[in-house]
Design a protein around this ligand. Structure first.
Ligand SMILES: Cc1cc2nc3c(=O)[nH]c(=O)nc-3n(C[C@H](O)[C@H](O)[C@H](O)COP(=O)(O)OP(=O)(O)OC[C@H]3O[C@@H](n4cnc5c(N)ncnc54)[C@H](O)[C@@H]3O)c2cc1C
Length: 378
């Protein structure tokens, strides 16, 4: 007869070990909670992402650049080359580092190791049942509180009723990241400290070409789900025509979809459960940046969990959605578009060739969120 598997217990079970899950685990462990992180993948693992973060993310996570950079890619960014595909390019320079390029393969592994949580990796969430005011996951894990951090397709979000593909404001994106050999590195005209961003002519998305250390990351994201591959192919042709990168780069693009802030119908809490990061649909609407909202929502959730002192009924978790709203605004104040609709209609791509508008609106406001101070919760 097969032996029954032993039951493992924890205070908090976090499903998903990406930036949201590992940040929540890190904060809860520092407050003495017993945390288990379950992830279907073993780490280090790849994640479809450009790997661009602002200094605010490192500040919030209390990561020293020099410590992180030892043996890992941390590419400082001091400028951008931007424009519309096939249009003029605008170069914007900054005096200091305004962003960094990381590799998710390294970054997510670093955060998960640092969290201090117990890990069950290579094991997907297969089953979930409520039991005695708490939960039993996979028939073998007993927990009082569940945190859904499994990204856009998070099984916890689906358990709470999320329907994949039901929303209009999905971002769909494809990217490829690969090492450059010496000849390719020499032929590549994209400067490591100056990523290139080019908007689609209909302004429904943008492509990027981003060099970090010895790696090149190319991709394109759009806020509508039609003909993504054609848009990506047109973008790559444009980059080749401009001689941005060598012709022999691998054509191995991988795709992913996720939700924008303010346009997710997902409920972030229920009795004994919270959703964080992409599971809650929190990526910034104009840029599609999701790591910062993932990290910040994780800390806001952790703060709520700590204050609840073991009583995880929905009413005790109510401060979490309020904190999300305080930080990110209401659904009405967020714009579903990568580029606001009014702008699309009235002025098209003209403003994107204007140096002032590019610096102060597109980059500082939409991409760097320079107006929003780093979240500091210790
Ligand atoms: C092409 C592309 C480019 C992007 N570029 C950027 C960028 O440059 N900067 C930026 O800030 N954001 C970017 N984003 C968005 C960013 O990748 C996400 O917002 C971010 O990863 C969200 O973090 P998360 O922890 O919520 O989810 P994820 O990073 O998706 O982590 C979820 C984890 O859950 C695990 N999981 C999933 N299902 C299960 C299951 N059933 N059981 C157990 N575990 C499970 C997964 O293995 C994964 O490890 C990009 C997205 C795309 C698609």
């Amino acid at each position: 007869m097969p032996m029954a598997e032993a039951m493992e217990s924890c205070d908090v079970l976090i499903v998903g070990g990406g930036p949201a899950g590992s940040t929540c685990a890190w904060k809860l462990r520092r407050h003495g909670l017993d945390v288990l992180v379950l992830d279907s993948m073993t780490f280090p693992r790849d994640k479809v992402c450009a790997g661009w973060i602002t200094p605010s993310v490192l500040d919030t996570l209390q990561i020293e650049c020099a410590d992180y950079a030892a043996g890992r890619v941390l590419q400082p960014i001091t400028g951008f080359s931007t424009g519309v595909i096939d249009g003029a390019e605008v170069e914007t320079r900054y005096r200091n580092d305004v962003s960094y390029g990381i590799r998710r393969y390294e970054f997510d592994h670093y955060l998960l190791q640092r969290s201090g949580a117990r890990l069950r990796l290579g094991e997907p969430l297969r089953s979930l049942e409520r039991s005695n005011g708490g939960w039993i996951a996979n028939g073998t894990i007993r927990t009082s509180l569940l945190v859904g951090a499994g990204g856009h397709s998070c099984p916890v979000a689906r358990f709470l009723g999320a329907q994949l593909g039901a929303q209009q404001s999905l971002v769909v994106a494809q990217e490829a990241e690969f090492p450059l050999d010496a000849a390719q590195a020499k032929a590549c005209r994209v400067l490591p400290h100056t990523p290139e961003l080019f908007f689609c002519q209909d302004l429904k998305g943008y492509g990027w070409c981003f060099r970090k250390g010895d790696y090149l990351n190319i991709g394109l994201g759009r806020n509508e789900n039609h003909h993504l591959s054609e848009h990506l192919a047109a973008f790559c042709d444009f980059l080749k025509r401009r001689g941005k990168f060598p012709a022999d780069i691998p054509n191995e693009f991988r795709g992913h979809a996720y939700l924008l802030q303010g346009h997710s119908a997902r409920k972030p809490t229920d009795n004994g459960v919270l959703l964080i990061g992409d599971a809650a649909g929190l990526a910034y609407p104009q840029s599609g940046e999701g790591i910062r909202p993932a990290v910040e929502s994780a800390l806001l959730a952790a703060e709520t969990i700590i204050e609840a002192e073991g009583d995880y009924r929905q009413a005790q978790l109510a401060p979490y959605p309020q904190r999300l709203q305080g930080r990110f605004g209401t659904a009405q104040s967020a714009d579903a578009s990568l580029f606001p609709q009014q702008l699309q209609r009235f002025i098209g791509g003209k403003l994107l060739s204007n140096a002032w508008f590019t610096r102060h609106v597109v980059l500082d406001r939409w991409f760097l969120h320079a107006q929003q101070h780093p979240l500091r919760i210790y």
